[in-house]
Write a protein that binds this ligand. Structure first.
Ligand code: F6P
Length: 328
């Protein structure tokens, strides 16, 4: 079957996420294998606006499936929010014969892609963000690696927390979403998980919980705090003052975004990259490759951006029940 597009471009945009390289490899190898040329675009939409474009061959994506970050480099690009920026990006695509574009990133990146679609470029998005905060898909590249990285770090802090019989607040990333906090908190058996979707900012309740747990014989207390709530250091000071128990805050930060991707991120990245090319080959545009109900699928960008996903409060409740049913 003849491809609807002869040349496609690929870029990564927004925060880097483990699995982006697997997706780039998937795009490049799937396209070249079907006779479609591939142009790499460096530094996200900046690269489109400022013409940082190069031809990609199969060997250019050798030895990257296991690497974190993105070999194409990435950027957050405020210019892409302007009509002038979008026009320049569309012109660069036309200059290089880029008829189809794969954008690997988050919701903000898909908004830019949607604008390019309005200017005649066929676009397909691949969800890549450690935050899992894209509503139209149940999986976003990087999440699995990030929660496992966070979990490993929390386990280490737990050793010192247990040895010193402390309260430890560990702040994890996620921007406004609590998925990384929920999963890493659940997986580490944390006593409290503070999630932007649920937390009522009732610090007295939190302090009572710490005191109750001490009375019940728990010798240390782990609190996973989501970035969307933040203020872990001042929270630690208030908790120490109120309980008299040594309390320390650790903010995990960017280490959660790096590192070698898990098998899931490599496999899903490769499949999503490959599926994105097939959509462009078939003449589709304005789509996002998604994972839903155990299947890879795709949806319209506008519909995807308008969706809201339900936060799994029941999972939080199970975690809370299990860490609270404790007696000496
Ligand atoms: O979206 C990924 C993420 O790491 C968020 O968890 C965090 O809020 C944000 O990016 C930080 O962005 P920046 O790299 O621009 O500081």
């Amino acid at each position: 079957m003849e491809s609807a597009v002869k040349t496609i471009g690929v870029l990564t945009s927004g925060g880097d996420a483990p699995g982006m390289n697997a997706a780039i490899r998937g795009v490049v190898r799937r396209a070249l294998g079907q006779g479609i040329n591939v142009k790499g675009i460096s530094e996200g939409y900046d690269g489109l606006i400022y013409d940082k474009i190069f031809d990609m061959q199969a060997k250019d994506v050798s030895d990257i499936i296991q690497r974190g970050g993105t070999v194409l480099h990435t950027a957050r690009c405020p210019e892409m929010l302007t009509e002038k920026g979008v026009l320049r990006a569309a012109e660069t695509c036309k200059k290089h014969g880029i008829e189809g574009l794969v954008v690997i990133g988050g919701d903000g990146s898909f908004k830019g892609a949607r604008e390019l679609a309005h200017h005649g470029i066929n676009v397909v998005g691949i969800p890549g963000t450690i935050d899992l905060d894209i509503s139209c898909t149940e999986y976003t590249l990087g999440f699995d690696t990030a929660v496992n990285t966070a979990l490993e770090a929390i386990d280490k802090v737990r050793d010192t927390s247990a040895s010193h019989e402390r309260v430890s607040i560990i702040e994890v990333m996620g921007r406004h979403a609590g998925y990384i906090a929920l999963w890493s908190g659940f997986g580490s058996g944390a006593e409290d998980i503070l999630l932007p979707e649920i937390y009522d900012y009732d610090e007295e309740k939190l302090i009572d919980h710490i005191i109750e747990n001490r009375k019940r014989g728990k010798t240390h207390h782990i609190i996973i705090n989501a970035e969307g709530i933040g203020h872990s250091t001042s929270m630690a000071k208030r908790i120490e003052a109120a309980t008299g128990i040594e309390t320390r805050a650790t903010i995990l930060g960017y280490m959660q975004r790096g590192g070698s991707p898990t098998c899931r991120d490599r496999m899903y990245g490769s499949i999503m990259g490959s599926n994105a090319v097939d959509l462009l080959r078939d003449g589709k545009s304005n789509r996002i490759v998604i994972f839903k109900e155990g299947q890879f699928d795709d949806c319209d960008i506008d519909e995807g951006l308008a969706m809201k996903k339900e936060f799994p409060i029941n999972q939080y409740e199970i975690s809370r029940f299990l860490s609270s049913s404790y007696t000496k």
